[in-house]
Design a protein around this ligand. Sequence first.
Ligand SMILES: [Zn+2]
Length: 121
Amino acid sequence: MNGSIQWLGFTGMGLVAVAYVPQIIHLVKARCTAGVSTWAYLVWTLSAAILLVYAITTEDPVFISLQAYQLVALTSINFLSRRLKGQPCDVHCGKPADTEAEIVVMSDRPITNSDTPLPRR
Ligand SMILES: [Zn+2]
C-alpha cells in the first residue's frame, strides 16, 4: 500500500466511525430502537466479520482498522437493539420530546373548538 495516500483511507475511516455515533448514542441514551432494522444490522455485522478476515489477509491497515471498527460498532448496535427491542422514545412515538416545549396560552378567554379548526379536505 502506498503510504503517501493512506491518510485518505484513514480520513474515510474516521467519517465512517463518526457516522455510527448518533445511532449508538440514541440507543444508549433514549433506549430507543425505532428505525433500527435488526435484519440489516445483522447482515452488515456478518459482512464486517467476513471483510475483516479478508482485510487481514491483504494486510491493508486502513481496511483492517475500518472493518474492526465496523464489527465493534455493528455488534454494539445489534446487542443494544435486541436488548431494548420495542421501546421507542417519545420522539419516535410522536409525542413531544421536551415537556417545556408545550404551548402556553396567555389569555383569560376560555379555549373553544373554533380556536383549533379541523383541517379541510
Ligand atoms: Zn427514538
